[in-house]
Design a protein around this ligand. Structure first.
Ligand code: ADP
Ligand code: MG
Length: 458
């Protein structure tokens, strides 16, 4: 047991070194050396990553200026990462006086309300249109994003991109920002919804809300990433809504990403939802097998790494929940071959990627699936297993059968038995039918996606 813990923490330490390595590309070397290199991994527990900094000064600087970038990189490889906590090496803090600390806090608060002068710092230089691989799952979002920065049009305002995590929303948002910078010389603010909220609350505390709002009025484009994290906080929502209305009224372009469509972010105020639905809303669908293969090939060729064909297929087959995880898995493999100089085969890939694979194949039961599907379609559990063939029941039933086949080891006859004694031919028919229509029918695909998300198997 304790060996297992030590093993995990060693793994996490390696993962942190991947993050640091990635950050090396993001920062100038002087910044990397003085601020990022000294950071030491302590633990990753309950989706919180704890990192030790050598001094209060470094901690403050990191928290204020580099948090987003570090979080951004870390989230790609620490699965489920929710927060990073920076702490100071204990012995050195003892010398700090309270007054000095207070002064630090105040300076930090005042200086960090301004976004306009440091937006470019939060952009990722790799997230460009050129580096975005297009296929049918994301082409709508890709081409609309191209349009939006080329021609501001009242019909695209706001422009809203939604889709599951790790699927390219932030990448497209960055790509738009880079092009705005390069071609149009438009002024923009690019900010995560979480950051927006944090800044806004700070401005309230300091009676600085007017200055806070004014910053947004002086720009041409406002980009907000991960809107779902703003949902629920009433006062911030209202503030956000006013700001949005004001901006769109004076013909500023608003671009937003979220994990769901505006109408499905339930906790969002209905006024905001309807205003957000009023522009151009596009989704990015789950990745296809082909896209995953292309992304893997692209990534390994850019790093000059050679992977056998069957490993590429293995990865594309097994790590399907997001591009981010796929990238994390590739990074881990690359680090492994770098350190051990061993040739990779399926069996050691399985060991190295155990974290990713276990998560993908978390065990769920047919009952779990049936309950989730009934809930999703507002059906009674017994209806799903009944003989009733009306469409509103038979389609969810087939969806539940399809998911049972996909996520459990049950055979067709076993599935049939648990669906009220259907024969195996009925199950095969249902599973195949959903397989085929999910390729073309966006609504079915989205439903599947939402259910899979609630089942927490991806
Ligand atoms: P999201 O914002 O939807 O959670 P990101 O935009 O952060 O996801 O994407 C996660 C990672 O996957 C990023 O490193 C991004 O560059 C990469 N990625 C996503 N989609 C694509 C794509 N179509 N082509 C290339 N890279 C992609
Ligand atoms: Mg994102």
């Amino acid at each position: 047991m304790s060996e297992q813990i030590i093993e995990n923490s060693k793994n996490d330490e390696v993962t942190w070194s991947i993050v640091q390595n990635d950050l090396k590309d993001d920062f100038k070397s002087i910044i990397w050396n003085s601020w990022v290199k000294p950071l030491i991994f302590i633990e990753y527990i309950n989706f919180t990553l704890t990192i030790e900094t050598p001094s209060e000064l470094v901690k403050n600087r990191i928290d204020n200026q580099y948090y987003d970038q570090i979080f951004f990189r870390a989230k790609r490889v620490f699965i489920g990462l929710n927060k990073i906590r920076f702490i100071v090496q204990k012995d050195k803090t003892l010398h700090k006086t309270k007054n000095k600390q207070k002064l630090d806090d105040e300076n930090q608060t005042l200086s960090s309300i301004s976004f306009t002068d440091n937006t470019s710092k939060t952009l990722n230089k790799n997230y460009t249109f050129e580096n975005f691989i297009v296929d049918k799952s994301n082409e709508l979002a890709y081409f609309s994003a191209q349009r939006v920065w080329q021609e501001f049009n009242i019909d695209y305002n706001p422009f809203f991109i939604y889709g599951n995590v790790g699927i390219g929303k932030t990448h497209l948002l960055n790509a738009i920002a880079w092009n705005l910078k390069k071609h149009n010389k438009k002024k923009f603010i690019y900010i995560s919804a979480e950051r927006f909220m944090y800044q806004f609350i700070k401005s309230l505390k300091l009676n600085e809300t007017i200055r806070f709002k004014d910053q947004f009025r002086s720009i041409d484009v406002l980009m907000i990433d991960d809107l779902q994290f703003i949902a629920g906080k009433k006062s911030t929502q209202e503030e956000f809504f006013h700001l949005l209305n004001d901006l769109m009224d004076i013909k500023k372009q608003v671009i937003i990403t979220a994990d769901k469509s505006p109408s499905n972010i339930k906790s969002l105020d209905y006024k905001i939802r309807s205003r957000l639905s009023g522009g151009l809303v596009v989704d990015i669908l789950p990745t296809t097998f082909e896209l995953r293969k292309k992304i893997i090939r692209n990534k390994i060729s850019s790093k000059n790494i050679n992977l056998e064909r069957d490993i590429i297929t293995f990865l594309a087959d097994n790590i399907f929940s997001s591009v981010r995880e796929l990238e994390g898995a590739i990074n881990k493999i690359m680090l492994y071959s770098d350190i051990t100089k061993t040739k990779l085969n399926i069996s050691n890939a399985q060991t190295i990627l155990a974290d990713y694979l276990n998560k993908t194949h978390k065990k769920i039961t047919i009952k779990d699936i049936q309950l989730e599907v009934s809930k999703y379609y507002n059906l009674q559990f017994h209806e799903l297993c009944s003989k009733n063939r009306s469409r509103y029941i038979s389609k969810p039933r087939q969806i539940a059968m399809f998911l049972s086949k996909k996520f459990t080891d049950a055979s067709y006859p076993e599935i049939g038995k648990l669906f009220g004694g259907k024969d195996h031919a009925t199950v095969i028919h249902g599973v195949n039918k959903i397989k085929v229509i999910s390729e073309t029918d966006r609504k079915v695909k989205q439903d599947l996606d939402n259910i899979i998300l609630s089942l927490n198997v991806d």
